[in-house]
Design a protein around this ligand. Sequence first.
Ligand code: AMP
Ligand code: MG
Length: 313
Amino acid sequence: MTDKQARRIAEFIAPLRVEPGSKVDLARDFDPRYRARLRKRDSTELLRTGVSLLAEYQSRLAAQDTYGVLLCLQALDAGGKDGTIRHVMSGVNPQGVRVSSFKVPSAEELDHDYLWRYARQLPARGEIGIFNRSHYEEVLVVRVHPENLDRQRLPEDARGRGVWKRRYREINDWERHLCDNGFPVVKIFLNLSKEEQRTRFLKRIDLPEKNWKFSAADIRERAHWDEYQRAFSEMLSATSTSWAPWYVVPADRKWFARICAAAVLAHTLIELDPRYPEVGKAARKELLAAKRQLEGEAPEGAERDPYAAEHGD
Ligand code: AMP
Ligand code: MG
């Protein structure tokens, strides 16, 4: 990774970042069809570069034990969360990645505070945790459908009008705590247009092998489009922070969304710059002693160190 590459990635994702403290109006500020003048025919190569970069950094992340990374993916239905995870993470070692998908909360989950179920799925040091939907549902679907809030059985005085502002604050504080303790939080919103959602729903209905991806609930949610846009705009304004900024990724073109998602995650890993642990003096001595022992075990006619012999050092 050269400084120039790192700078190019930083410049590429800059227009997607929600400036902390700014007031977002999704429809006005972010175009779901933006493509930074890239062409689809160049996308395969670009994504391949991104994927191999991520593979290298993930391997370095897994080798150290100070940092873990949490990637939160939010989108409306058919926004492309599943496909983004599949493509962007296609090169990384599955041992170092943990994907958690959040659905309607269970009875057990409702018996706890609203952040509990997300906290239980956090990555360990060395891991990349991916949240397919995240704690942000608590200020999105729960806000658009307040009966979800009733089910959470909050104390009387915590249910009032200030509940969303308070949740924004709690979420910001929680993410700050995670960042301060070695777990940077990367937040991506896949920004889909209403017309592209219509097209993708129709595709799911028209193709039998896609039918399972469609449910009648998707149409019911679509009817709340404007409320979701408002909830997203307000959430992005309130929770894009200097320690965990939001990235609004244009999602109408899947190929572009995947390149953006890879670039945003790569940017965080580059900044983190995880290193393979260096072996100290004592350990180095042990390695050399083991090397001498193994060389001594070479059978008649074999190289003392076949690896060094083949690789010429
Ligand atoms: P999917 O991601 O398509 O499998 O759908 C998961 C469903 O769970 C979506 O309809 C979400 O709105 C819903 N969901 C996720 N988190 C919550 C939550 N905290 N409260 C209520 N519904 C949720
Ligand atoms: Mg769905």
